[in-house]
Write a protein that binds this ligand. Structure first.
Ligand SMILES: *Cc1c(COP(=O)(O)O)cnc(C)c1O
Length: 342
């Protein structure tokens, strides 16, 4: 791996971060007159902890990582954008990513005027590490992998991913937004071994907290130093910090949801496989199923007219004829299956 001095943009490497009042004094005091806050309307009058240490301590215990290896963002979308801004010099550096995959990587690259090189997965959506690495040149700073991948639903093969992690001298991002639904383990336990790894997870899917906007990035302490320098100081508000903290205490409820959704996923897969209309059901390790039908636009439209909205992926490369269907409650899936049969 290259050194972080070689990988981080020179202006970010040299950046002196904004020092906020809550950074300069972190202990306990009786009178706070340092941050121009209103003394009334507690606790909302006070700026929140910029490093969210209480919440991170709980996440660290849950995930088996150190507090300093965690960054929390406004969804995973914030760390995705920060990764581009920390490592990629606009108009100079480039990003390599699998395709099809999550749309935000390319949007963040485009916003930052960074070249985005898409490397197609194989026709069965498996990863070919050699093909991916062939797109890398000396200006490639970041590779994005997503496993389980969106919109295809499959886990990428661990050995192929390892070839990428070990064979690339820059940053490898593994987006694990759907890891709670997967039959394989997270890459989090490999963070200490591979210093170029950034793992993304989120509270938006299995935890049922998409509206709350809380995503997690995990990486070495050294990489986290750059995240903390570049992020807005108070990027996670107090309400979110407290609320997510309380939700983590209800982890058994989340596990129950995952169990129910996995049962429903199996049920949908079996039902789709029995339908003449459905030409292919792709293997899934996520909370959605990608299916191929003869007339994706037609099926999409007729479901929509019945009030059932699925995601039409017909125009996505390698996904011609495909609909991405999120696993719902038993009742919602009843409705979907009844309507799609007609
Ligand atoms: C849904 C999803 C996310 C989560 O985004 P948030 O900003 O955390 O809501 C991240 N990556 C992928 C691939 C997703 O599908």
């Amino acid at each position: 791996m290259k050194t972080l001095k070689e990988l981080v943009r020179p202006n970010i490497f040299a950046l002196k971060p904004y020092s906020c009042a809550r950074n300069e004094f972190t202990g306990e005091a009786s009178v706070y007159l340092d941050a121009n806050e209103n003394p009334l309307n507690g606790p909302y009058n006070r700026y929140p902890d910029p490093l969210q240490l209480e919440l991170k301590a709980k996440i660290a215990r849950m995930k088996g990582v150190r507090i300093e290896q965690i960054m929390l963002g406004n969804g995973s979308d914030e760390p995705i954008d920060l990764i581009v801004r920390i490592f990629c010099e606009p108009k100079e550096d480039n990003i390599v990513a699998i395709a099809p995959s999550y749309g935000m990587y390319e949007v963040c690259a485009d916003v930052n005027n960074v070249e985005y090189r898409k490397v197609m997965l194989n026709d069965d959506f498996t990863l070919d590490a050699a093909k991916l690495l062939a797109a890398v040149d000396k200006k490639t700073k970041v590779i994005f992998l997503c496993s389980p991948n969106n919109p295809t639903g499959n886990l990428l093969n661990r050995k192929e991913m390892l070839k990428v992690v070990e064979g690339f001298d820059g940053i490898v991002v593994i987006d694990e937004a759907y890891i709670d639904f997967a039959s394989e383990e997270s890459w989090l336990k490999d963070l200490d071994r591979y210093k170029n790894l950034i793992v993304l997870q989120t509270f938006s899917k299995a935890w049922g907290l998409a509206a709350v906007r809380c995503g997690m990035a995990f990486a070495s302490e050294e990489i986290m130093g750059y995240f903390n320098k570049v992020k807005y100081p108070y990027n996670i508000n107090l309400l979110t910090q407290q609320f997510v903290n309380e939700q983590i205490d209800m982890i058994e409820r989340k596990k129950g949801w995952v169990k129910m959704l996995l049962e429903q996923r199996d049920r949908l897969v079996n039902a789709f496989e029995a339908m003449p209309l459905v030409k292919k059901v792709y293997p899934t390790d996520a909370n959605f199923v990608l299916i191929k039908v003869d007339d994706a636009n037609g099926v999409y439209k007729s479901l929509m007219e019945k009030g059932v909205i699925v995601r039409n992926r017909n125009n996505v490369s390698l996904c011609g004829g495909c609909l991405r269907i999120t696993v719902g409650t038993a009742e919602e899936n009843d409705t979907l299956l009844a309507e799609i049969q007609k």
